[in-house]
Design a protein around this ligand. Structure first.
Ligand code: NAI
Ligand code: BGC
Length: 265
């Protein structure tokens, strides 16, 4: 099935690596113009832009720290200045700074909440303002779409990662509360909650012995690939998903099915 995002402009935060990179490429293949936000790796972002250009697509890379209000304003400002509008936001940027609870520093707590939760608030707020200003551009059934990157850890508690789990728990209710607030304006807000997907964020546990242990948590029997998430991200912002509002789609090979209970309890 061919999904088209023709004529639409998408901002993907953290678009230079992992899930964000794959989503940029999928959106460009579907005809969207893509703004590849990156935090520090300009070369990697340029690579994504180059790949998109090579197949005749349109893209630009913009550096911005999603946790900084002025950076986010600049990211949206540059997008609108260059392309005239924004129709899709994928609030994907995220990070882990893991530590056992009693040893977790306030710096590591703050850094994760700022990027993973405040970053989504700032980007979604700019997106809602832009959608309202530009109104119905006639490129989609809704006037704008926001996709929040959550995690199975919005549901599954995660010892040693309380900052991360708290940030994703926050994303779940940020997403659904915002969806409720703006649905009547035909702005669709949804989330994806990935399980273990092979990207730079979890390299240490998706390779070698770590991978064996991880597979015990995945009923479907394989670690996810970025395209598993990109496919869902493409569907959710397309008109095929026009009646999907305020939902979190788990893309996790069954990780949230409590596999430990399969022959126990
Ligand atoms: P990644 O580490 O490749 O991607 C994270 C991206 O966010 C990077 O490009 C990084 O530069 C960017 N970033 C970090 N801080 C930023 C900031 N302050 N401003 C702008 N960008 C910033 O890893 P991955 O897996 O692609 O992560 C993407 C999202 O997916 C994250 O929100 C992560 O929590 C989420 N996720 C990943 C899963 C996985 O198994 N890979 C599972 C569940 C959720
Ligand atoms: C984390 C990954 C982890 C996955 C499954 C994600 O939210 O960022 O490191 O592998 O959840 O536990």
């Amino acid at each position: 099935m061919q999904i088209s995002l023709q004529g639409q402009i998408a901002i993907v935060t953290g678009g230079s690596s992992g899930l964000g990179r794959e989503i940029c490429l999928a959106y460009a293949r579907a005809g969207a113009t893509v703004v590849v936000n990156f935090h520090h790796d300009a070369d990697a972002a340029d690579d994504v832009v180059k790949l998109i250009s090579q197949v005749g697509g349109n893209a630009m890379a913009v550096q911005a720290d999603v946790g900084q209000e002025s950076d986010v304003a600049r990211l949206f400002g540059q997008t609108i200045e260059r392309f005239g509008a924004v129709d899709i936001l994928v609030a994907n940027s995220g990070m882990q700074k893991d530590a056992r609870f009693a040893e977790m520093s306030i710096e590591d707590w703050d850094a994760v909440i700022k990027t993973n939760l405040t970053g989504q608030f700032l980007c979604a707020r700019s997106a809602v303002k832009a959608f309202r200003l530009q109104g119905d551009r006639g490129v989609s059934r809704s006037i704008g779409k926001i996709l929040c990157m959550s995690s199975v850890h919005q549901t599954i508690p995660w010892a040693g990662h309380v900052n991360y789990a708290a940030s994703k728990g926050g994303v779940a209710l940020l997403m659904s509360s915002l969806a409720q607030e703006v649905a009547a304006e035909r702005i669709r807000v949804n989330a994806i909650a990935p399980g273990a997907i092979r990207t730079p964020i979890n390299e240490a546990v998706t390779q070698g012995d770590g991978a064996e242990k991880l597979l015990e948590l995945i009923p479907y029997g394989r670690i996810g690939e970025p395209e598993d998430v990109a496919n869902a991200a493409l569907f959710l912002v397309s008109d095929l998903a026009d009646y999907i509002v305020g939902t979190t789609l788990f893309v996790d090979g069954g990780m949230t099915l409590y596999p430990g209970f399969e022959d126990n309890g």
